[in-house]
Every structure is written in structure tokens, then in C-alpha cells.
Design a protein around this ligand. Structure first.
Ligand code: PBG
Length: 327
């Protein structure tokens, strides 16, 4: 046949037709900005491996949260960078610890316009850099860690966290934290479970961002990159334990896990475009090897297409702003 009857290109002919037939859309409210707050900082401190991202001072945090709210970003996710670390990660449960102080500041700056979330994990606070406390043989002690997570959750809820992100990959953490919060009357504080969190090289720049003291790796608690079924098992467990939202992390190398999760989940599904995914785009763009703006949008749209309702991204403010202007 010389002339095809079926012509999919018809719907691609003009920008208006393409917009009308777009299968995946992105709205600023579907973006969450992860932010770092450094104890004792009077000025924001640059993070070399994440150009454009900083460790905030409390003052610059306030300004940046207000800016995120202004452009319609749905939430911010806070990480603390403490001045002092110890074996138990005491700074995490201290009401005056940096993450808890930063939460109060962010909640005040955000008003009702966006959600202030906190990362619940010990790695930023421990001198050995692991996500939990260690037993006498130096192994991460799951159940002893749950006790600290319970305390940490109470400190975060007391500081005003509006969504607690469980990123430590300890067995039973969702149930343990839910129980601790409920017993203390925090029934309304929702839990975001980083359910399918893989032991990934793409967290590299994050380690600089939080000045991690980790030697070794997290493979005794985070998932093996090749395990797809196991990712789903973690998702199912977290939903059964009461997670309000589940997450897949990193995003771009795990889109199959994300699609699997979206197909079965009875709760919202989020994904985290992590530090290394950010750094790769920035580095390639800085070399003139890719079109930065298009790469940013394409990466986040792909994550949405695979099934994420919301994407955590260090590009959130910039992306939200450009979505409002329209491309
Ligand atoms: C753990 C945590 C990590 C990230 C988010 N929460 C680091 C890790 O598990 O090693 C990584 C985020 C990123 O790379 O952007 N607190």
C-alpha cells in the first residue's frame, strides 16, 4: 500500500494537538523538593557534586521554603546535617537537634501552602554513618534501631513534621513508628515509606551533601539492584504495616519496579529522583552534551509515566516555575 490509512502522526502535527493528546502531565503540586539544613551554618554552603543545591542555614531555609510555596511546589523534604555525631545518633531524637529545629522553621515559613516532610533515618546523625545502631559485632541491629526510630518519630511529630519519611530500610519500621505515633496521640501524622529502596551508587552526591561518615555500604538493609520481586514484597509489607504512601528509590534506574508498584498499590506511589540522577544531568549539561531543560522535564515526566503520582526532585523549584510559565 502506497498510502497508509492509519496515521498516528496526525495527532502529533501541532503543539495544540500534542498538548491535547498528552498522556502524562506534570503539575507543580506533584513535586517535592528535598532540602539540606546544616547546623551552625550562617550562610548557605554549596555542595560541589550537586551544582545549584546547598546546605541551608536556618535563614536561607526560610527563604527557600517560601520560594517553593510561591511557585506551587507540593512539599519539601528536610534532611539535617548535624555538627556532632555519635554512635546512637542522639542528634536525631533531640528536640533541639538540627532537623527538628529546621522543621519548626520550615513549617512556619510554609504556612498552609505546602507540606513539610522529614526524613526519618539515622545515617546523618551516626558517627559510623549507618542507618541504624550497631550491635557489639558492628552489625546494624534491626530491633534496637526500631526503638530509636520510635523516639525519632515522636521528636519529628512534636516539631511539626506533616509527613514522616521512613528511609532506613529496617524490617518492621513502618509498624513500629505507626504504633509509637498512635500511642502518643499523633494519629494524624501520615507515613511515607521508602519501601523499595535500593543500595545504589546514585546516592553518591547525597553522601557529600550530608557529610556522611559511612565506610562500607548499606547492602545488609537496602535492596540489591537486580531484585524486582523483592521490591514489590517490601511495598506490600509497608502497606500492610500502615504506610500512607509508598515510594520507589532511586527513580530512573528502577522504573520497572515503579510500574509494578503502581499496578498493585492501594495507596499513593511516589518516586525519588536522587542526587546522582540530578548530578548526571547537571554534569552532562555543563559539558554541553545534553539540553538541560529538556532533560530535566523528560526525566521527571518519565518517572510520572512509569507510575509515580509525585516525584521528589532537586529540580522541583525550577521545574515548577517553568511549568507555570509553560514551555
Ligand atoms: C537516608 C537517605 C539517603 C538518601 C535519602 N535518604 C542516603 C542513603 O540511603 O544512602 C539519598 C537521597 C539522594 O541520593 O538524593 N537518610
Amino acid at each position: 500500500m502506497l498510502h497508509p490509512v492509519i496515521r498516528p502522526r496526525r495527532l502529533r502535527a501541532t503543539p495544540a494537538l500534542r498538548a491535547l493528546t498528552a498522556e502524562t502531565r506534570l503539575h507543580p503540586s506533584q513535586l517535592v523538593l528535598p532540602m539540606f539544613v546544616r547546623e551552625g551554618a550562617s550562610e548557605p554552603v554549596a555542595i560541589e557534586s550537586m551544582p545549584g543545591v546547598v546546605q541551608h542555614s536556618l535563614e536561607s531555609l526560610r527563604v527557600a521554603v517560601a520560594e517553593a510555596a510561591e511557585v506551587g511546589v507540593g512539599g519539601v523534604m528536610l534532611f539535617g546535617v548535624p555538627e556532632h555525631k555519635d554512635a546512637r545518633g542522639s542528634g536525631a531524637v533531640d528536640p533541639d537537634g538540627i532537623l527538628n529545629v529546621a522543621t519548626r522553621v520550615a513549617v512556619e515559613a510554609a504556612g498552609d501552602s505546602l507540606i513539610v516532610q522529614t526524613d526519618l533515618c539515622l545515617d546523618e546523625f551516626t558517627d559510623h554513618g549507618h542507618c541504624g545502631v550497631l550491635d557489639d559485632r558492628g552489625r546494624v541491629d534491626n530491633d534496637a534501631t526500631l526503638l530509636v526510630y520510635r523516639e525519632m518519630a515522636l521528636a519529628q511529630a512534636a516539631a511539626g513534621s506533616q509527613l514522616i519519611g521512613l528511609s532506613g530500610m529496617m524490617d518492621g519500621q513502618t509498624a513500629a513508628v505507626r504504633e509509637a505515633l498512635d500511642e502518643a496521640g499523633y494519629h494524624d501524622v501520615p507515613l511515607l515509606a521508602y519501601s523499595a529502596k535500593y543500595a545504589s551508587a546514585f546516592y553518591g552526591p547525597f553522601r557529600e551533601a550530608v557529610q556522611s561518615s559511612l565506610v562500607g555500604d548499606r547492602r545488609s538493609y537496602q535492596l540489591e539492584p537486580g531484585n524486582r520481586r523483592e521490591g514489590l514484597r517490601e511495598v506490600e509489607l509497608d502497606i500492610a504495616e500502615g504506610a500512607d504512601i509508598v515510594m520507589v528509590k532511586p527513580a530512573m534506574s528502577y522504573l520497572d519496579v515503579l510500574a509494578d508498584t503502581a499496578a498493585v498499590s492501594s495507596v499513593p506511589v511516589w518516586a525519588y529522583q536522587v542526587s546522582g540522577e540530578y548530578a548526571m544531568i547537571e554534569a552532562a549539561a555543563a559539558n554541553g552534551w545534553i539540553d538541560r531543560d529538556r532533560a530535566i522535564l523528560e526525566s521527571v515526566i518519565s518517572i510520572r509515566r512509569a507510575g509515580a503520582d509525585v516525584v521528589l526532585s532537586y529540580f522541583a523549584i525550577e521545574l515548577a516555575r517553568s511549568l507555570r510559565v509553560g514551555r
